[in-house]
Design a protein around this ligand. Structure first.
Ligand SMILES: [Zn+2]
Ligand SMILES: [Zn+2]
Length: 348
């Protein structure tokens, strides 16, 4: 009689020599997603989720990290928390085995009691099994950035901006960008309803926040593209770090984006038409973020200039909607220019 009983919920197999094989299924989160962790130590954030049953189905030999494209067997992407859970479950099973062993050794029935002897001598052995250790379900941070791979339909969740599909390893960077912009678009479409319900001031704030989001997504996207382009051409990690320190928040500004990309890669990555349109939208954000929405003298002067040039100064939903569209065009142009020609396989 061994420590584990064969079969059962964990499909236990006795491999001999006190070796057992247990299959522990990892519970999914409430939306059916399962956490995964990149086995590479250098990878950041290295954490993501996939939805079992979507994407590559049956006999998947390799899975990929969405951030660094590390490739390994799907089981190598177990999170620390899942390994902890599996160990606890195995321990719990062993605990059951120990309880059974004690019972069998002494021939105790399910009552856990046995009367020995009789006549002159009678004794009773009882064994009270220890309560089984409680196993916590794996705890995972709540992150929700869901995207469905257009190539293999894997439904996956990532932190920040990822590049690769976790199942098929295809480049899905633009799909991630579109998903981010779509969230802002949804918020923008809700502004009118919120204005009716909560008033003009809230609606004005909503518009400001939406514009702020467009700028943030644009900046994050350009930073990710520049980093990847520098890695592809073989720049050292020191050079990449010092470059990024120098860049600061350059990509919150359209003119500076053009200037910096030109000095880094020797080409004007933004086309003039998109550049002009985005510039005027991005400019309207300055008084908002830097002065708590209180318009200062400098802004008034700038505003007069704009008015004299016959340009609208008020922030409108249409304008932000246009900025969302233009930001996507700009990001995909820059992506084409700086990354084009490099397939996923060339990127280590
Ligand atoms: Zn990774
Ligand atoms: Zn895919």
């Amino acid at each position: 009689m061994g420590l584990f009983k064969e079969g059962g919920e964990h499909q236990i197999q006795d491999l001999g020599n006190d070796q057992y094989n247990l299959t522990i299924s990892i519970p999914a989160d409430e939306s059916g997603r399962m956490a995964r962790e990149c086995p590479s130590q250098e990878c950041s954030p290295g954490y993501f989720k996939v939805t079992p049953g979507t994407g590559v189905i049956g006999g998947q030999a390799l899975a990929y990290c969405p951030y660094c494209r590390h490739e390994a067997e799907p089981s190598d992407f177990a999170t620390q928390e899942q390994i902890r859970y599996a160990k606890d479950m195995a321990l719990r099973e062993a605990h059951k085995g120990v309880n059974d062993m004690v019972r069998n050794t002494f021939g105790l029935g399910s009552s856990g009691r046995k009367k020995l002897g009789g006549g002159f001598l009678s004794m009773e052995i009882s064994y009270k099994p220890g309560s089984l250790p409680y196993v916590h379900r794996p705890f995972e941070d709540e992150v929700r950035r869901d995207v469905i791979c257009p190539h293999c339909t894997l439904d996956q969740t990532v932190f920040g901006l990822a590049t690769w599909c976790a199942d098929c390893g295809e480049d899905i960077f633009m799909t991630h960008i579109e998903a981010e912009l779509a969230v802002t678009r949804l918020m923008l479409e809700d502004v009118e309803r919120r204005q009716d319900q909560l008033g003009k001031r809230v609606a004005a704030k909503d518009l400001e926040n939406c514009l702020e989001d467009v700028v943030s997504i644009y900046e994050a996207a350009i930073r990710a593209i520049v980093r990847r382009a520098m890695i592809i051409r073989g720049d050292s990690s020191e050079l990449i770090e010092t470059t990024f320190k120098k860049l600061g928040n350059a990509f919150q500004n359209i003119d500076r984006t053009q200037k910096e990309l030109n000095s880094l890669f020797g080409k004007n990555a933004l086309n003039e038409d998109v550049l002009e349109k985005l510039k005027s939208a991005f400019e309207k954000r300055h008084p908002i973020t830097h002065n708590l929405g209180v318009i200062d003298r400098k802004y008034m002067e700038r505003t007069k200039e704009l008015e004299q040039e016959g340009r609208e100064i008020r922030l409108s939903a249409e304008e932000i909607s246009q900025a969302l569209f233009d930001a996507k065009t700009a990001i995909s142009d820059i992506y084409e220019k700086l990354i084009k020609g490099y397939s996923g396989q060339d990127f280590a």
